[in-house]
Design a protein around this ligand. Structure first.
Ligand SMILES: [Fe+2]
Length: 264
């Protein structure tokens, strides 16, 4: 499925609020939503500090990430970094002290069950206007759908190198992340084929498949209501470097007493 061309869906008089409401309604109605880069372009244009240079610097930060050494399949094709935040229902953003990433084996049978200590996202990126604009956008959508007091938010920078036998964006297979909502943002595809995203019902019925092709194409899912997975990526030209860069932001509702310092 090709991504919707938003120019067909919103007229020139649209406002960022109008766009946000449209995304909210789409996620509310079908528990997932994907779109081309026009939405985030509107988001970046609506705030200061997200001009061309800032956006390029943000995307360039994917170029110096360490290899993920926790891969249960012994693969060395994934690079990543991690940061955590608390975001209030009115979109106030607080970066939290660096901490390990944790998933139970229920949600990640391959790599779950242990604390995974990834490098922190550098402050220039983690505290920068671009990432804050993305967190604000995600909060604006998700808080409208579930007005909880606050969210525990994890931000993951991923690079999947398209090794000859296939680099796996989701080596654990189709899965839920064990959170409330997920925003996926394509940063770059370089010399790769594959990487098709499929969204399934909780009973495993495929609901949609699409490929995030261009910078700032997005997909959002209600992680409590659908399952997602991404097919392997392969090099188009096996003689050159090949990779898929993605930003994944997860929002987990904090409904009761906060457990400061606890892993999700
Ligand atoms: Fe996921």
């Amino acid at each position: 499925m090709s991504l919707p061309t938003l120019d067909n869906r919103f007229d020139d008089r649209r406002t960022i609020d109008h766009t946000l409401r449209s995304v909210q309604e789409a996620v509310r109605a079908q528990s997932y939503f994907m779109a081309g880069g026009q939405i985030l372009k509107e988001v970046f244009q609506s705030v200061s500090g997200c001009g061309t240079i800032a956006l390029n610097d943000f995307c360039q930060s994917w170029n110096d990430m360490p290899v993920d050494t926790y891969m249960g399949d012994r693969g060395v094709y994934r690079r990543r970094r991690h940061a955590t935040y608390r975001v209030s229902n009115d979109h106030r953003i607080q970066k939290l002290p660096h901490r390990p990433h944790y998933q139970t084996v229920n949600y990640n049978h391959l790599n779950g069950g242990v604390e995974r200590h990834f490098d922190p996202i550098p402050d220039t990126v983690a505290d920068g206007a671009v990432l804050r604009a993305l967190l604000h956008f995600a909060s604006s959508v998700f808080s409208a759908l579930d007005p909880v007091p606050s969210w525990y938010v994890e931000v993951h920078q991923f690079r999947i190198e398209a090794v000859e036998h296939g680099g796996k964006p989701t080596p654990e297979g189709a899965h839920r992340d064990g959170v409330s909502f997920v925003l996926m943002v394509l940063i770059d595809r370089h010399n790769v084929t594959g990487g098709e995203t499929t969204v399934y019902s909780l009973s495993g019925v495929p609901l949609a498949d699409f490929t995030l092709q261009k910078r700032f194409d997005i997909a959002l899912v209600n992680d409590e209501k659908v399952v997602h997975g991404v097919s392997p990526v392969f090099p188009t030209d096996g003689n050159n470097v090949a990779y898929r860069d993605v930003l994944v932001i997860t929002f987990r509702a904090e409904r009761g007493v906060r457990e400061e310092g606890a892993c999700p």
